[in-house]
Design a binder for this molecule. Structure first.
Ligand SMILES: Nc1nc2c(ncn2[C@@H]2O[C@H](COP(=O)(O)OP(=O)(O)OP(=O)(O)O)[C@@H](O)[C@H]2O)c(=O)[nH]1
Ligand SMILES: [Mg+2]
Length: 307
């Protein structure tokens, strides 16, 4: 279980920490929570995150560079192969791995597969049992802890709730303790590696996931095509929403364009919060057949460019 043994007066630490787990485990929620800024899109649909996103946490004792990754899943399309490449890539480049597990669901093949990835990485690892707020009876954690303990030698096992913020301080202490002594990797005013136009596109994608049903999440990509800083306190943003079929375009737009309007209103609210000033957001829906399986389009859309 969590132990808090931070040694005050110890040397400054800095390191990269991968957040690895099944789709929907809560990796991006945790990233946003730890950084204290909304960086990554979050949704109740699996496979929300599509590429690596860095989030930087500055503390007096050290600097933690979190690497959010797509959920571990079996790749079907080229898009999914790139997503999994991002996971493998993240595992290679970090000092510490956090395996995030939704503690409120039972163990399946995917959990075994994810665990094996962490073991193969040969990196020091923490096990984070997330969504403890979903467990009325915390003793339900015990068999899960036992199973994971038999399978791997964890530096620590920390039950958390990324959503409610439970045990987050303890988690930060554990992470700091297990990253190397070293100098700051990023300047203190940075909190992510993603440019504003990508963050804005991700906000739009998150709103699409919120207002549409089962099929649409997988077939949508969003790209910021134009970013005009009209005045210091006013930005005009044009985002293109790509789908694969005309029928999907109809769904996104909705009856009387109501759905697209909802997406726009919600996204603009969040983008304005991020920018700290007003913006005008214009959304276009474009059909690109089978973009998920076309290398050229994926490159153009900027999906998995680093994967
Ligand atoms: N009850 C509860 N829900 C949570 C918690 N953490 C995340 N969630 C919810 O779980 C869902 C998935 O969260 P995400 O952060 O998008 O999960 P993810 O692991 O990044 O998912 P992918 O990007 O698809 O791999 C969202 O509906 C979150 O609100 C938690 O601690 N408690
Ligand atoms: Mg995610």
């Amino acid at each position: 279980m969590a132990k808090s043994t931070h040694d005050h007066g110890a040397a400054f630490r800095a390191g990269y920490v991968a957040l690895i787990g099944r789709p929907n485990a809560g990796k991006s929620t945790l990233l946003n929570r730890l950084v204290g800024e909304k960086i990554a899109a979050v949704s109740n649909k699996p496979q929300t995150t599509r590429f690596k996103i860095l989030g930087i946490v500055n503390r007096p004792e050290g600097q933690i560079v979190l690497v959010d990754t797509p959920g571990v899943h079996k790749p079907g399309y080229e898009l999914n192969r790139r997503m999994m490449a991002a996971v493998h890539d993240a595992l290679l480049g970090v000092d510490l791995v956090c395996l995030i597990r939704d503690a409120s669901v039972s163990t399946g093949h995917g959990d075994r597969f994810t665990l094996d990835l962490v073991k193969q990485s040969d990196k020091p690892a923490l096990l984070l049992l997330n969504k403890t707020d979903n467990l009325a009876d915390k003793s339900k954690l015990l068999p899960l802890i036992e199973w994971y303990q038999q399978e791997h030698s964890w530096r620590a096992i920390v039950p958390i709730s990324a959503l409610k913020g439970d045990q987050i301080q303890e988690l930060l202490d554990e992470i700091i303790e297990h990253i190397p002594v070293g100098e700051q990797l990023f300047s203190e005013d940075e909190f992510t590696d993603q440019p504003m136009r990508v963050l804005a596109a991700e906000i739009v994608r998150e709103k699409i996931l919120e207002v549409t049903g089962e099929e649409i999440p997988y077939v949508t990509a969003v790209v910021t095509e134009k970013w005009e800083e009209v005045r210091e306190d006013f930005t005009r943003i044009y985002c293109a929403i790509f789908v694969e079929r005309g029928s999907q375009k109809k769904i996104i737009i909705g009856h009387g364009a109501q759905r697209l309007k909802q997406i726009g209103i919600r996204a603009r609210r969040d983008i304005e919060k991020m920018l700290g000033h007003r913006c005008h957001l214009e959304l276009f829906v474009k059909v690109e057949e089978d973009w998920r399986d076309k290398e050229r389009l994926l490159d153009q859309l900027g999906v998995g460019k680093e994967g």
